[in-house]
Design a protein around this ligand. Structure first.
Ligand code: ADP
Ligand code: MG
Length: 700
């Protein structure tokens, strides 16, 4: 059970003040981890400032420079509402001894402003000063308070990453409220480590991080931020080791089929296995055959043929009359797996079924009944497989595709539905060699480092956006030659700036060229609508698919041979690589056009150059790490690295190594966490939602 001291942090995020029904989901999406079902107050704490506004500058009105944020003390003289129907702002004239300041408000309500700024009162206003025809103005001040509350305004205010609908004031208010709920937690760090590194306590660290006093406090290298990153890494490493230890302790079952079903399927495949596929399968079969639980990672670039490996491994389980599950991170991918596996399995007499969040009522009940009865051999699905009423007759192997969307606890949850079920995790996200061991130290690794034969290299070019017309023309010619085209625009929702190519707009423009042969798919679309578009693109319905990065993971349309990526400079290397992996899947030559907007940063230039040079995911991953380490701060989400909330592996890499050592020491000396550090370490695991790892303590 979660320790009581953490309860305030694990209340739902919508209990923070002032969010309400409309803002709560927006805020939850902003601060929550990708794909999280419940977002908690603690997620607001992990949403760290990335800038600051210094409101300590408090000149006289006459001295306030144009364009600067200032906090001014002024007396309200008069209100001037705009004439009805005019677009002029509502104006409030104020002054101090040095001169006049006009506060301007568009779409304002006079009665509200009269209450906020009573005539004759001295008020403190803070915001950006504009000098307009020699007159000083402050449009929509950020703060208006009576003189007595001046100190509350004259501070350094943190700036948070925002999203459409969530303004800075809301983000600041929520972060402050979350901080107020933060308890002073017991120290889980070794006193020696804390002392040597000069780190603050957890409470002081999180408090300081949310109250930057200067630019230097925003660095990932402040003692406070390093400590928080270390805490997260320690929780991660400790959880991995505990889970690993536990899975070693739980006796597994030796699974070793007679090969009958596998032989049937292999005979029906239109290709032979690559050497890498064979090698990986041998490793997997060997693990499954041991009286120990398998916990193996299958790493392979996009298109390296992981699906067929998963299928054969699952058949090994089916051959001994057990069941297997294949879980994908999205509905589209689950369906695609189903389409690949379904026909093959049908021919071999293996029953496969699909279960996603969209299955409801009777249909769902029927699947569950068949699964519990053992009538379904292989179930393919999404998160829906986690639901408690999904019960297997005998689950022997859980395969989890695209691991980064799922956490360690989730893969355990699925495995827990079986009796000592083996776990195979598949990932297409290339991870630098230097990090594989540390990140997946708990897992054995198989690598598909060889592409299926016959693939043509993708011709990758970088072009400035000013050549958009040429690109549209080239795309039209390619289409006339029978090509299918992906057209990728960066996500609308997550954008902070307005100049990002809007997928909807691009869709409208391309319609003028491609007519109704161009479709649109983006993250805000509902599942069925999204699938319908994807299916049309995979079939004959569409030639061009305008998409936000929802196509990123795993989607397979072999006829697609052209990919245009707009604002390629905004994508991380790993993500560009994943996207490009959507093409070059068939036997036809493919082209990838990276459109960029000038001016390019040095790092962006290098990223594009690397994309042109190589298609090797592992090399790209190494370069990604190198460039990220080179100073440009990219969100971990964008880079495709496993998701840490506080740690950035490019800058906190050395902390990862120490955390791993620390975790290994803990597990070696006190694997049950019963010693003096034990209770605090359990709290740490719960704080970072490694609950499953704590559960293994009780059973183990
Ligand atoms: P990923 O590793 O990205 O999941 P897939 O399993 O989707 O890759 O495989 C990509 C494509 O390659 C599929 O169309 C699959 O049928 C094909 N494929 C897999 N293995 C081989 C092979 N050994 N030879 C030829 N084609 C293969
Ligand atoms: Mg795949």
């Amino acid at each position: 059970m979660r320790p009581e001291i953490l309860y305030p942090l694990f209340a739902p995020v919508d209990t923070l003040p002032g969010l309400g029904k409309r803002l709560a989901p927006l805020y939850a999406r902003l601060v929550g981890p990708a794909g999280a079902e419940t977002v908690h107050v603690v997620d607001a704490l992990w949403h760290l400032p990335n800038g600051l506004i210094d409101r300590r500058f408090a000149p006289s009105v006459a001295e306030a420079p144009d364009g600067m944020i200032a906090t001014l003390t002024v007396t309200v003289e008069s209100h001037h509402s705009s004439p009805p129907g005019s677009r002029a702002p509502y104006r409030v004239r104020c002054r101090d001894d040095s001169g006049f300041l006009t506060l301007t408000f568009f779409h304002a309500r006079g009665d509200y402003l009269h209450r906020l700024l009573p005539v004759g009162q001295t008020m403190v206003v803070s915001g950006r000063v504009e000098v307009y025809n020699g007159e000083r103005q402050m449009p929509h001040p950020d703060h208006v308070v009576p003189l007595g509350e001046r100190e509350s305004v004259e501070t350094v205010e943190p700036v948070y990453p925002l999203t459409q609908g969530i303004v800075l004031k809301t983000a600041v208010r929520c972060a402050r409220a979350a901080l107020e709920r933060a308890p002073d937690l017991p120290e889980w760090q070794e006193p020696e480590v804390i002392g040597r590194r000069n780190w603050p306590s957890w409470f002081d660290a999180i408090t300081a991080t949310h109250h930057p006093q200067g630019e230097e406090d925003l660095s990932a290298m402040t003692p406070a931020r390093q400590r928080l990153a270390y805490d997260e890494l320690l929780a991660n490493q400790l959880a991995l080791l505990l889970v690993r230890l536990n899975s070693r302790n739980v006796t597994g079952r030796a699974i070793s089929g007679d090969g009958g079903l596998r032989a049937k399927i292999l005979a029906r495949l239109p290709f032979g296995l690559t050497g890498a596929q064979q090698r990986s399968l041998e490793e997997i079969y060997a693990d499954m055959g041991k009286e120990e639980r398998m916990l193996r990672l299958l790493q392979g670039d996009v298109g390296s043929g992981k699906t067929v490996v998963a299928l054969l491994a699952m058949l090994n389980a089916v051959e001994v009359a057990s069941q297997a599950a294949l879980m994908a991170p999205t509905e589209i991918l689950a369906r695609q797996h189903m389409e690949t596996l379904g026909p093959l399995c049908a021919e071999a007499g293996v029953n496969v079924a699909l279960l996603t969040g969209r299955d409801k009522g009777k249909g769902r009940q029927e699947i569950l009944a068949r699964l519990a009865a053992g009538d379904i051999d292989i179930i393919v699905g999404t998160h829906a497989l986690f639901q408690p009423d999904v019960v297997f007759r005998d689950l022997a192997l859980a395969v989890i595709d695209e691991q980064h969307r799922f956490g360690v606890h989730q893969r355990l949850e699925l495995a827990a539905k079986g009796r000592a079920a083996d776990v195979l995790v598949m990932t297409a996200t290339p991870i630098p060699r230097t990090l594989t061991l540390t990140l997946y130290g708990d897992m054995d690794v198989s690598r598909l480092d060889e592409k299926p034969p016959g693939r043509k290299p993708v011709d990758t070019r970088a072009l400035p956006t000013t050549r958009l017309d040429d690109v549209v023309g080239a795309a039209a010619r390619a289409r006339d030659g029978g090509a299918k085209i992906y057209w990728v625009c960066p996500l609308v929702e997550e954008s902070e700036t307005s100049d990002i190519g809007d997928a909807e707009q691009r869709h409208a423009v391309l319609r003028q060229v491609f007519g109704d042969r161009v479709g649109l798919v983006h993250g805000r679309m509902k599942g069925p609508a999204k699938d319908a578009v994807m299916e049309a693109f995979a079939g004959d319905g569409l030639d061009v698919l305008v998409a936000t990065t929802v196509i990123e993971v795993g989607v397979n349309v072999p006829a697609a041979t052209v990919m245009v990526i707009e604002h390629a400079e905004r994508f991380g290397l790993a993500q560009l690589h994943q996207l490009r992996g959507r093409i070059g899947r068939g036997d036809k030559a493919s082209t990838c056009l990276l459109l960029y907007a000038n001016p390019l940063t040095e790092t962006a230039k290098q990223r594009l150059q690397i994309m042109r040079e190589t298609e090797d995911g592992f090399r790209i991953a190494e370069e990604d790490l190198r460039l990220r380490g080179g100073g440009e701060v990219l969100g971990t989400r964008q880079s495709g690295m496993p998701e840490f909330r506080l740690a950035d592996l490019a800058v906190h890499g050395d902390l990862l190594a120490s955390a791993r050592e620390d975790a290994a020491m803990i597990v070696a000396h006190d694997a049950g966490l019963h010693g003096p550090r034990g209770p605090a370490l359990r709290t740490l695991l719960y704080l970072f939602e490694r609950d499953a790892a704590v559960r293994t303590l009780r059973s183990g």
